[in-house]
Design a protein. Structure first.
Length: 228
């Protein structure tokens, strides 16, 4: 019983420390998201892939709406739908995928939402630099099929898969388009920091440490009862 108690005690304490460190890291990430300064318009924006995550940028670019991706299985207010990735070409020739927002699932897999763009594709783009969404399980991934027409439906694709499908070099990062940007369609753009809130991780840590405390109380309570 003593050996089992020690093993469980070490496990509970370490699990609590792990969750606490995750909460601290998540808090730093959320602060980066919430306190990123407003972007200044620049004709030569920085290297997206080496910039700080969630940093805000603004630059002139030209959309390429003929080759768009629909990120499948994206939820908003409990409703399934897609997030629309549209290539944008900068003045210096670089390409980045712009997440123009969320559209609801029509209820039919063979009826994709209309994500075409009206009017001029040359515009000013502003938003936050972010990573491609990553799947929790490899089974949730579905790369864009070469034979499918545009827009191509995909689920948690890799950067390399998107590049092959486009046939063009693109930044590894994507851009979360600001809500107030005009000419990008009437899509839902309510961005929030990724993952669980930091407080959830801190509460999980306290729970694990609580289990450790209960274990100690039970151990000493049972052993003192035997002695008496």
């Amino acid at each position: 019983m003593t050996l089992l108690t020690v093993v469980l005690l070490v496990a509970f304490v370490n699990l609590g420390r792990w969750q606490w460190h995750r909460g601290a890291a998540k808090q730093q990430l959320w602060e980066q998201f919430e306190h990123a300064p407003a972007p200044a318009l620049s004709s030569q924006p920085p290297n997206f892939d080496s910039s700080e995550r969630f940093s805000r940028v603004a630059f002139p670019a030209r959309y390429e709406p003929a080759h768009q991706f629909l990120l499948d299985n994206r939820m908003h207010d409990g409703q399934p739908g897609y997030e629309v990735l549209t290539p944008a070409v900068l003045n210096d020739g670089r390409r980045i995928l712009v997440n123009r927002g969320w559209v609801p699932f029509s209820g039919y897999r063979d009826r994709l939402p209309d994500v075409s763009m009206k009017g001029e594709t040359q515009t000013t783009i502003s938003g936050r630099i972010d990573e491609l969404p990553a799947a929790g399980l490899a089974s949730g991934r579905a790369p864009p099929a070469a034979a499918d027409p545009w827009p191509k439906v995909t689920s948690f694709p890799t950067h390399e898969e998107l590049e092959r499908s486009l046939g063009e070099k693109i930044s590894r990062r994507i851009l979360l388009l600001d809500a107030g940007v005009e000419g990008a369609g009437n899509l839902v753009r309510q961005w929030s920091p990724p993952g669980l809130a930091p407080d959830r991780h801190f509460s999980y840590a306290i729970q694990w440490w609580g289990f450790a405390l209960v274990l100690l109380v039970l151990y000493f309570g049972l052993n003192f009862r035997k002695v008496s």
